[in-house]
Design a binder for this molecule. Sequence first.
Ligand code: UFG
Length: 329
Amino acid sequence: MAVLVTGGAGYIGSHMVWELVDRGEQVVVVDRLSTGFDWAVAEAATLVVGDISDQALVEETIRQHEVDAIIHFAGSIIVPESVSDPLGYYLNNTVKSRDLIESAIRCGVKHFIFSSTAAVYGSPDSFPVDEGARLQPESPYGTSKMMTEMMLRDCAAAHDFAYTALRYFNVCGADPQMRTGQSTRGATHLIKVACEAATGKRPHMEVFGTDYDTPDGTCVRDYVHVSDLVNAHYLALRRMRAGGGSLVANCGYGRGYSVLEVIDAVKRVAGTEFEVRTGGRRPGDAVAIVAGAERCRRELSWQPRYDDLDQIVAHALGWEEQLKRRNRQ
Ligand code: UFG
């Protein structure tokens, strides 16, 4: 029996692979290596290089490895990119997810965990935002993920099939054991960008918008450590295997930091200064988004271990140093 992780060579996926391996699970990864790296999972899992919409490949993999659960990370994740390339996002995140879900159902895979996003809420009317809030995504990225959630809901009603959709807030940090981390080239995520500036990989960074209606004028986000996030997936897997049924839950800590607070934390933890420029607003950005985190804790008995901004930043910086040493970036 094995767990199939799509996108398992990528940032979050590779952390998931290690979490599963640490728990004694067999893991098979399907990844086309468009942004992921084979070395990120080579030691831990069987890697099948291919696309999740290649149904022959996926179904053969499911049968060969006796897959009982799929954890689906593969997809495109950059909000502003989705604004300029909506059809690319609907293809990668919605159409291909449909193909994968169909393969799962055809092969009798009963448990499916989906990497969803807080972007399904858009700019919530209030925060913390809980799962019952109106879905009003403001970017094709958010819409593409919302549509996949809807397909899963309908398939769970029609078939012997349960799913968990975890709506991620801002995922960051790296494996505390430094076995993997965020290695994406040209990453756009705030903590990664700031850590690259702190380690001299980029000469400066930019703050996108300082005129928002927030205490310091910059956007507020709920930054969640990737190791806590993947642990929630493992707990969701256990819950479904025990007959727990379908679940949609936020995955964040329930508190927010502004862009400037994050940059200060990176400077503080790194003990270094770097140039920060002020720029205009970035298309598709919501003002403030913080998780209502009760359901995840209650339903999954999730107990985060790394809910501390300085610790998150320390792990992210540690990984940047590793990449530098390994000459991988
Ligand atoms: N930011 C900067 N400068 C940078 C990078 C980011 O000021 O160089 C700002 C952004 O404008 C935003 C905040 O930092 O206000 C966070 O931006 P990220 O790019 O790190 O993350 P997003 O909030 O845009 O998106 C992330 C994930 C999505 C997810 C979303 C949910 O990338 O997958 O969180 O809130 F949907």
